[in-house]
Design a protein around this ligand. Sequence first.
Ligand code: SF4
Ligand code: SF4
Ligand code: SF4
Length: 272
Amino acid sequence: MKKYIAPLIMFLIFETVALTLWLTKDNLFYLFNFSYIGISIATGLFLFIRKYKYARRVVQLLVGLYMLVYLGVICQENMQIEGFWYYLFTGVFEATTIHYAVAKIFGPLVFGRGWCGYACWTAMVLDFLPYKVPQAPRKKLGWIRYITFAASLVFVAELFLAHVGNLERIMFWAFIIGNVLYYAVGIVLAYVFKDNRAFCKYICPITVFLKPMSYFSLLRIKCDKDKCVSCGKCKRICPMQVDMTDNSRKRENGTECILCMECVRNCPKNAL
Ligand code: SF4
Ligand code: SF4
Ligand code: SF4
């Protein structure tokens, strides 16, 4: 039973967040929301331990679809970055701001870019494309993320400065149009660069938060140098082109690791 402690701990962490937010904010939604996410992640970990090949994909679909369809389309909560700015400017510390604080700003100090590997609804679709392993070296295009990040901030700031009315409605349509754009750009880039995660590497504005925070991540892939035979298989199959054989925090593309565990599953020496 010892090996099932990790999913249990993960479930308990989320349940603690769920109960705390439910009781402090007197809103049953938080109990349902974080319990559901905790159960989804714990299920994925359980399946991973049972060596089920698609464990990560199960979590991605459970969490990603819930956020996209239920929270985004049905509840009309803009969970994109412009929604974060919007709720921040209005001073509302509710679902989207809490989501950003937990999953994308402070959470990465503990679980790195786990969000990107297990919950993001953009990557949930991109991961179905054929280029799971990049077919070419990484391009020096990471600067684009700062432009999309600034554009999202300027877009929301201008709405406020211009005193535009019916902002809730605009935010809902920004969510729908933004997602369609993300999917379109993400799919085109994946085919152009032969890399499913090209959008994540060059365009995604959320990485401006994710990368610096995940640099300090508690949870990270480590290499046992005594077992490693330097075969290079792990680096060949990594979707984010991380040098996981280097244990330093400054390792190549270290802040890109999405904890997909492909390197761990494929290491012939169990060195990771
Ligand atoms: S980098 Fe952006 S698009 Fe990619 S998985 Fe992370 S949050 Fe999603
Ligand atoms: S796959 Fe394993 S043994 Fe091969 S280089 Fe990577 S860590 Fe070392
Ligand atoms: S293959 Fe390993 S190093 Fe690469 S993203 Fe997945 S977990 Fe991280």
